[in-house]
Design a protein around this ligand. Sequence first.
Ligand code: SF4
Ligand code: SF4
Length: 267
Amino acid sequence: MKKGRYTIARRTTQLSILLLFISGNVFGWNVLRGNLSSAKIMNAIPLSDPLAVLQNLFTGHIAASDLFIGAAIVLLFYAILGGRAFCAWVCPINIITDAAAGLRRSLPSVAISSWDFSRSARYWVIGISLILSGILEIAAYESINPIGMMHRGIMYGFGTGWTYLLAIFFFDMFGVKNGFCGHLCPVGGLYAIIGRYGLLRVGYNLQQCSMCMKCLEVCPEPQVLSIVGTLSSSVRSGECINCGRCVEVCDDNAVNFCNIYSDKLKH
Ligand code: SF4
Ligand code: SF4
């Protein structure tokens, strides 16, 4: 149980958020209404996806003030918590990509491709989405955003949208390791930019580490764990999704969550 405590907590959070959205639709509950691009808590507090709002800005159409306030609340929340906590704890696509990554680890190496490309591609996708939004006058990435597609599918039925989600699953499982979330998704990319200022960090203690490297095996963004085997410190990169998988698999208790201030005191 201790091994999977963060994974269980993450799945519970992800599914609870989806259930709250569904209950809003089915029973008219006002706890959480809308979708993962734009929602309201208790019919009062707006929440908006900052990337969707940015794209709307680039279309040249004035967005409602609620959208800006919602984006500011979300930015502030994730700036404090650690930007990509959204990916690990809220986004439903993470359930698909985690499953693909888990199955990929169990496959023989001949069954999977070792092809890889830069993890910075997601920042280029942000730029291209914004430029296209300006040219086409629509929020360009939103029309292909699998997060919205999965959310709509769960709420109203999938139609052909499931083929897109299946393609992401197979791309991650047989193609590029952590291909979609770790390389391409601009939503995660934007949260990674905010995340480098987050207070919640993963801390690493070199003295307790037996160099088993299990943390690097399970981490969906292993480049953020470059400190492992070199120095006691905390993860500085905003690309860490705060999933806690490294903490769960570490038998030496060398990896743990910390906040940036306790980390500064320690080192
Ligand atoms: S990278 Fe994108 S799709 Fe993946 S979990 Fe984060 S927001 Fe969701
Ligand atoms: S460093 Fe740990 S918490 Fe961060 S992404 Fe990797 S496994 Fe998850």
